[in-house]
Design a protein around this ligand. Structure first.
Ligand SMILES: NC(=O)c1ccc[n+]([C@@H]2O[C@H](COP(=O)([O-])OP(=O)(O)OC[C@H]3O[C@@H](n4cnc5c(N)ncnc54)[C@H](OP(=O)(O)O)[C@@H]3O)[C@@H](O)[C@H]2O)c1
Length: 218
């Protein structure tokens, strides 16, 4: 019997990550759901290494959806809040990608990674500065990784959805959310599945996705 393709999803307990996990499971993959609720904290390399050590084989696919946003408007935001957001969104993504791709390279396997950015990275605002800056940095990281990992047969896709109807968005408490303009997590999940499971070209440039448009910015 053929073994199932394996995928690790960080931030799989809620929102986009949860929808991606369900979609990929439906499409026949074996899904490993990582989040603090399952004992994996992306800011702590040891918990990632331990979770990967428990898998029976190296998964080819990784989706980095773990992320946080904290309330507050600059300059009235404590440095610790800035650090937490950067540590989770940026360093946590780095830690997960590093763990995953090092294992693929060592095993001589090809694979693919999807990073979740945000249009906030193009226009960080003072009421969510750390978040926007972390997402801008992930885009830069994705471009570097895509080019650098291509010779190893590892693709890196950068998906930037806009306003997705998830607990994170609700917690931010936008007063004027236009519910009709919100993306559903399942729509983002289908796009992640397409990127991972079809032979889609990538140079790591962000793919922007909103209710009205899905366009690649060059
Ligand atoms: N919602 C939007 O409009 C939107 C738009 C563009 C991009 N995004 C991005 O999409 C990703 C998912 O966001 P979402 O809206 O789905 O938010 P969400 O519903 O709040 O989900 C966030 C997920 O990240 C996990 N997480 C947080 N800190 C973690 C850590 N240190 N280690 C491991 N897992 C951690 C959470 O699980 P635990 O609490 O169990 O750890 C949860 O599963 C984020 O990167 C976000 O920036 C969201």
């Amino acid at each position: 019997m053929a073994t199932k393709e394996q995928v690790v999803i960080t931030g799989a307990s809620s929102g986009i990550g949860l929808a991606v996990a369900d979609e990929l499971e439906q499409q026949g993959l074996q899904v490993h759901r990582f989040s603090r609720r399952t004992g994996v904290d992306v800011t702590d390399p040891d918990t990632l290494t331990q979770a990967y050590n428990e898998l029976r084989e190296e998964p080819r696919f990784l989706v980095c959806s773990a992320g946080i946003s904290e309330p507050g408007t600059f300059p009235d935001v404590p440095v610790m809040s800035w650090r937490r957001v950067m540590d989770t969104n940026l360093t946590g993504t780095y830690i997960a990608v590093r763990e995953h791709t090092q294992r693929l390279i060592d095993a001589g396997k090809t694979g693919a990674v999807v990073l979740i950015g945000s249009p906030s990275g193009r226009r960080p605002s003072l009421d969510n500065l750390a978040y926007g800056v972390s997402k801008a940095a992930i885009v830069a990281m994705g471009i570097g990784l895509a080019k650098g990992l291509e010779p190893h047969g590892i693709k890196v896709h950068m998906l930037c959805p806009s306003h997705v109807d998830t607990p994170m968005l609700r917690l931010r408490g936008f007063p004027d959310l236009n519910h009709l303009a919100l993306l559903q997590p399942q729509e983002v999940a289908r796009e992640v599945a397409r990127l991972l499971l079809t032979d889609t070209f990538t140079d790591g440039q962000p793919i922007y996705m909103s209710r009205m448009v899905a366009a690649k910015q060059t």
